[in-house]
Design a protein around this ligand. Structure first.
Ligand SMILES: [Zn+2]
Length: 420
């Protein structure tokens, strides 16, 4: 059984990876300069030409690209190849404004499928496996991405799409699915439904690849326990290609980014300055290998930390944490970037519901942060000393997550106003 889908890529030396990235970036910058007036204008505005870009050390000279650019350029403005070379589109849901449409050549699809095949192989899938793809198929990238990856590995692929839980469970049992791919919330729901129907013994799953939405470590443990599997995280955005930009290995502590196709940076979301590895900031991707829809310095708004610590799986690709928040939700307290999702994670890990209020205030030039949380009904009936012990526990948890002190106030259940 091979542990890597692309061993020569996934375990390449840093020098080799940088060489691929240098060549890929120089080529990509030339391609967009020649073929995409939108990029050319942005570069001219910043006073950069392809001659200024000799390798990844020059990446910081290029302008950023944002989702607004993608919307402005809708539908063809960022296309780098003739439409006759394109074979497919995918699109974001467009809940906040105009849709973003991404184009793919056959090579782009192959590259994307390969990324998903690496993710599946890292989760232990081989040609002997039966992969149930329960992500949506269609404009959304989840279904097609994992479907393509599963084909490449040679697994028997069940293109279930999302929904219809009865049919999902029937196929899962009748066809002996061993790997499940879907959103973590649907995995949790499937787990509950399987237990309710009393068919847990007929399930043969060993692994799951879950992404496309935020999930906590606690949720991972629940899913692993309920379904009797190992649950792996996967990362990607439609704009960048889809799932598989980064994937988890057996260590389940961060996702390896496919650096032979993508260059990653972490920047300070306020200043745009590139931050060193290990610092928390906004993820920026350069998708230099894509033909139809290459992206230079695309700001994802996802807040992450990169780590180049040696991974015992043998992969040399840099690892990213799961997104810790969105840069547009960021608060700055005492000079530290604080994300509501970090606070939420601490609350969930301490057994509270995610109903809370964050109060940031300033007294005499000093910031204060208060988190109001609803007690659970059991705690409400506890003695006062127990409640203050719980409060101290939460303060310590928040301090270790945020790096600064936050006061917490446990309030009576259902006393925090809900906004729909
Ligand atoms: Zn690893």
């Amino acid at each position: 059984m091979s542990k890597y889908f692309s061993p020569e890529k996934e375990t390449a030396s840093r020098e080799q990876i940088v060489e691929w990235q240098n060549a890929g970036l120089v080529d990509c910058v030339k391609r967009v300069w020649d073929n995409v007036p939108y990029y050319r204008k942005k570069m001219e505005k910043k006073g950069v030409t392809p001659d200024d870009i000799k390798g990844i050390e020059d990446l910081h000279k290029l302008p950023f690209l944002t989702k607004d650019d993608l919307r402005d350029a809708y539908p063809y403005g960022l296309l780098a190849r003739p439409l006759s070379d394109c074979v497919r589109i995918h699109s974001t849901s467009g809940t906040t404004g105009r849709r973003v449409v991404a184009f793919y050549t056959q090579n782009d699809i192959d590259l994307w499928d390969e990324c998903c095949a690496r993710a599946l192989t890292a989760a232990g899938a081989t040609e002997d496996d039966v992969v149930q793809v329960s992500y949506g198929y269609g404009l959304f990238t989840g279904g097609f991405g994992l479907n393509g990856g599963s084909h490449k590995v040679g697994c028997l692929t069940l293109p279930m799409s999302s929904g219809n839980t009865d049919r999902q469970i029937q196929f899962m049992t009748d066809l002996g699915a061993t790997v499940l791919c879907c959103t973590p919330s649907y995995a949790a729901y499937l787990g509950e439904s399987i237990h309710e129907r009393g068919v847990r013994d007929m399930i043969h799953l060993k692994a799951g690849i879950f992404g496309a939405e935020a999930w906590t470590e606690e949720m991972r443990r629940d899913i692993e326990q309920t379904l009797g599997i190992k649950a792996y995280d996967i990362y990607g955005l439609t704009e960048i290609s889809g799932p598989g930009v980064a994937f988890e290995c057996e260590n389940q502590n961060g996702m390896h980014i496919n650096e032979d196709y993508f260059i990653v940076e972490v920047i300070d979301p306020k200043t745009g300055e590139v931050l060193p590895d290990g610092e928390k900031g906004e993820l920026v991707f350069t998708a230099f290998a894509k033909e139809a829809f290459p992206l230079l310095r695309y700001r994802t708004k996802d807040i992450c930390i990169l780590s180049r610590e040696k991974c015992s799986c043998g992969r040399t690709f840099v690892k990213m944490t799961k997104p810790l928040g969105r840069s547009d939700d960021m608060l700055i307290v005492k000079g530290v970037n604080v994300f509501p999702s970090q606070i939420e994670t601490v609350l969930l890990n301490h057994g509270y519901a995610a109903n809370y209020q964050i109060i940031v205030d300033r007294h005499k030039n000093s910031d204060s942060l208060e988190v109001r949380v609803e007690m659970t009904p059991e705690m409400f009936s506890d003695e006062l000393s127990k409640v203050s012990a719980k409060e101290r526990e939460l303060v310590a948890g928040l301090k270790s997550m945020l790096g600064i002190h936050a006061d917490d106030k446990l309030v009576t259940p259902k006393s925090i106003v809900r906004y729909a």
